[in-house]
Design a protein around this ligand. Structure first.
Ligand code: GLA
Length: 397
């Protein structure tokens, strides 16, 4: 009988693990802005700012400390949080974050060391998972440095099994940069998987070591839409919005595209000192609603005219989001005849969106205005590196 009950409870835990991410995770992560310069005061201030700025109310909930919080292991193998930077310990920090109605996340690595050379979880997966649960961790980002020739799927499965059995629901973010096609095996193992190398705070750039700008990452998402859905998402990396390397217009484009991609929305800027225009981007509820739509379809590239692209995302209620992207630096004069285009894609076919049979109102999601309907051509000037992002809702519902 005891054995039967044990199996049942493990099963319930496993089931709840599968159900942890119905929509893409939203939160904040320390890496893009602060790198290794993390400490408990910073994290507390960020949690405070997440509430005060309206980010929490807009849907952001995870506060994630990336690399460098850990220094060593004790003689029993327990992972040690940096006692100088986190003198109150991780449990106290998690309690502080939870008391704000937020959730707490940490970072580790499937290799022997993290990318910054701190102790990784290889050989300690179950011990670490139990430790995270005891601290009150809700989210784990798990990296792929010092992998020492391990099989990626097996390495991530070990930590997945550890999390499933640690006694606490923990979202599992697979971060192996798309090297081993995690979209083909990540669904059973975690809730999201990185698809590319690290994002850089630039709109259109590529670094020798592999860092990618917004457009370069976007291009690598084409075709991956078939792998995404509720509880299993492609992850084109965290947001750079507000970190200073791009114009406000480019940041608006970056954010729009990530929402079209049903990407995680992990802010990466200093929430304590954010300008109004950056806060307005990060908290645009109508754009966030496209990302968080409960159907869970990832947007796909519908038309590619080189410097001009149209991305489409099927939404619940038979709606759709369209994102007209101007990749060039020049203004683009859009004159779009909705009637010319049928769309053949499984997501659109499933949600009943049909441009030929139904009429839709067209709402601009950045200006919050209805700008027409699908009987008439859409005529708009789109700034260089800019987007027009609209939601189409059927007029006869
Ligand atoms: C890798 C990851 C990044 C970040 C750093 C930390 O590069 O891809 O997102 O976590 O490690 O060292």
């Amino acid at each position: 009988m005891a054995g039967y009950l044990l199996i049942l409870s493990t099963d319930i835990q496993a089931q709840s693990f599968e159900m942890l991410s119905p929509t893409p995770p939203m939160g904040w992560n320390s890496w893009n802005k602060f790198g290794c310069n993390v400490n408990e005061n910073l994290i507390k201030e960020i949690a405070d700012a997440m509430v005060a700025s309206g980010m929490r109310d807009a849907g952001y909930k995870y506060v994630v400390i990336d690399d460098c919080w850990q220094t060593d292991r004790d003689s029993a193998g327990n992972i040690i949080a940096d006692p100088e930077r986190f003198p109150s310990g991780m449990k106290a920090l998690a309690d502080y974050i939870h008391a704000k109605g937020l959730k707490f996340g940490l970072y580790s690595c499937a290799g022997s060391r993290t990318c910054q050379g701190r102790p990784g979880s290889r050989g300690y997966q179950f011990q670490d998972a139990r430790q995270y649960a005891a601290w009150g961790v809700d989210y784990l980002k798990y990296d792929w440095c010092y992998d020492e020739g391990q099989n990626a799927k097996a390495a991530y499965k070990t930590m997945s099994d550890a999390l499933k059995n640690c006694g606490r629901p923990i979202v599992f973010s697979i971060c192996e940069w798309g090297d081993n096609k995690p979209w083909e095996w990540g669904k059973e193992i975690g809730h999201l998987w990185r698809t590319t190398a690290d994002i850089r705070d630039c709109f259109d750039c590529m670094h020798n070591w592999g860092g990618l700008g917004v457009l370069q990452i976007l291009d690598k998402q084409v075709g991956l839409e078939q792998y995404a859905g509720p509880h299993h998402w492609n992850d084109p990396d965290m947001l750079e919005v507000g970190n200073g390397g791009q114009t406000i217009n480019e940041y608006r484009t970056h954010f729009s595209l990530w929402c079209m991609l049903a990407a995680l929305l992990m802010a990466g800027n200093d929430l304590r000192n954010m300008s109004d225009s950056i806060r307005t981007i990060l908290t645009n509820k109508e754009v966030i609603a496209v990302d968080q739509d409960t159907l869970g379809f990832q947007g796909f590239k519908f038309i590619d005219y080189g410097d001009f692209e149209i991305w489409v995302k099927a939404l619940s209620g038979g709606d759709a989001a369209f994102c007209f992207l101007n990749r060039s630096k020049e203004i683009f004069d859009l004159n779009f005849d909705w009637q010319k285009f049928g769309i053949y894609h499984y997501s659109i076919a499933k949600n009943g969106f049909n441009l030929w049979k139904k009429e839709y109102q067209v709402k601009d999601l950045w200006n919050h205005k209805i700008i027409g309907n699908t009987k008439n051509n859409l005529r708009v000037k789109i700034e260089g590196h800019g987007v027009l992002m609209v939601r189409l809702s059927s007029i006869e519902k």
